[in-house]
Design a protein around this ligand. Structure first.
Ligand SMILES: Nc1ncnc2c1ncn2[C@@H]1O[C@H](COP(=O)(O)OP(=O)(O)OP(=O)(O)O)[C@@H](O)[C@H]1O
Length: 371
């Protein structure tokens, strides 16, 4: 293990699911859902990465795999250089034990209610993991710590909340309790999966501001996942972080948030910015900049570039071969880095960012226009 290792590193990550219920024939091949394919992503110390993409693009699967809750079917996920799943193997003698990795990687869900035991009070729910992970703390110290954190997330006075059951809390309060539960573990990375999507619009910014304050205060990294570009942008912009765009299981563009939004390169990123009115890019637009509205089935994703069936700039080349990862504004586009390297480079997987003659000289697909 080296101190320079990213907190979490995903390398050529693949998560495929066998889809159950393949009809009445037990001998028929089960269809495979390619939820995540070939994703590289490094998350460093104090790093904030926001991932955006349509429903079904694989964001949750990617996030869960990054925090060790989902086993990949290919590629690897490592925590500070230690392969997470190798650490779980019996007698593997890892440099970091699996339990330690799991403690360091915490999650808050869209529905915090589901993650809280309905039969336990707030203080009992929050003290239980502390008892496990910090066995040196006595009951009074545990309670004091829980109260301290409740106060810190604005649940004050904490005595008023500590003995309530989840059904006696509002959605925003439950989400604060979930945040406390994650923070009590002193995590290195928190996965916030659609963590503000279910809240009233008026509460979202308040919750995101709280997460940003706590991220800074506790030196925790955040992987923030949302289908909503305005939320992803808010978090990444305020934390000086990166914005990554997923499409059908692949990371198609990533970079410092202001660069990706000022100069989006992937036609799919442009669709997302078009659909986000406050980015002010839709003045002259009629419909969305796609040839096809429907998203293909992740069981059978398109060959070549997966976006080619909808892309207004696609040519025969896009249908044939997947585009290379290219650094945007690189000296000559040449770049050895992987898509989500922690070096902060703006990268994209699209022929339009290259000078590949085969793309520029091949025929546009029906309805596409290269200009
Ligand atoms: N356990 C599972 N078994 C089978 N298929 C799954 C499983 N989990 C996810 N999938 C499928 O994998 C694909 C990606 O799902 P995922 O939930 O990661 O996407 P998402 O971008 O987070 O979307 P959403 O915001 O709707 O949750 C979807 O087609 C989904 O149906």
């Amino acid at each position: 293990m080296s101190v320079d290792e990213p907190v979490v590193s995903l390398s050529d990550l693949e998560v495929h699911f066998e889809k159950s219920g393949g009809g009445l024939n037990p001998f028929a091949d089960q269809p495979t859902v390619r939820a995540v394919d070939g994703v590289d992503l490094d998350i460093g110390e104090n790093d904030v990465v926001a991932i955006v993409g349509e429903s079904g693009s694989g964001k949750t699967t990617l996030g869960k795999t990054a925090v060790g809750l989902q086993k990949p079917t290919g590629g690897s996920v490592s925590f500070r250089g230690q392969d997470v799943w190798a650490a779980k193997k019996w007698r593997s003698n890892p440099s970091i034990p699996f339990e330690e990795i799991r403690r360091s990687l915490q999650i808050i869900h869209q529905d915090p209610g589901a993650a809280l035991n309905p039969n336990r009070t707030v203080v009992s729910s929050l003290a239980a993991p502390l008892k496990r992970w910090q066995s040196d703390l006595g009951p009074e110290d545990r309670e004091a710590r829980v109260y301290h954190f409740l106060k810190r997330v604005g649940m004050s006075p904490p005595e008023d909340y500590a003995h309530r059951y989840p059904h006696q809390l509002s959605g925003g309060e439950k989400q604060r309790v979930a945040l406390v539960r994650a923070l009590l573990m002193n995590p290195d990375l928190i996965l916030a999966d659609e963590a503000v999507s279910a809240l009233d619009v008026s509460l979202r910014v308040e919750m995101m501001d709280l997460m940003l304050d706590l991220q800074e205060e506790f030196d925790t990294s955040f992987l923030f996942i949302s289908h909503d570009l305005s939320n992803a942008r808010y978090i990444a912009e305020h934390a000086g972080g990166r914005l990554g765009v997923m499409y059908l299981g692949e990371l198609v563009e990533i970079g410092p948030v202001e660069e990706v939004l000022r100069n989006p390169q992937h036609p799919y990123t442009k669709v997302l910015t078009w659909a986000t009115p406050e980015l002010g890019v839709d003045e002259d637009a009629g419909g969305p900049p796609v040839r096809e509205i429907d998203i293909p089935d992740p069981v059978n994703p398109p060959a070549g570039c997966r976006f080619h069936t909808r892309c207004p700039k696609a040519t025969e080349q896009c249908r044939t071969a997947a585009p290379p990862v290219t650094a945007v504004d690189g000296a000559d586009g040449a770049d050895d880095g992987a898509m989500g390297d922690g070096d902060g480079t703006h990268r994209v997987a699209c022929y339009r960012a290259t000078d590949d003659e085969v793309y520029w000289e091949s025929d546009p697909l029906d309805g596409a226009d290269l200009s």
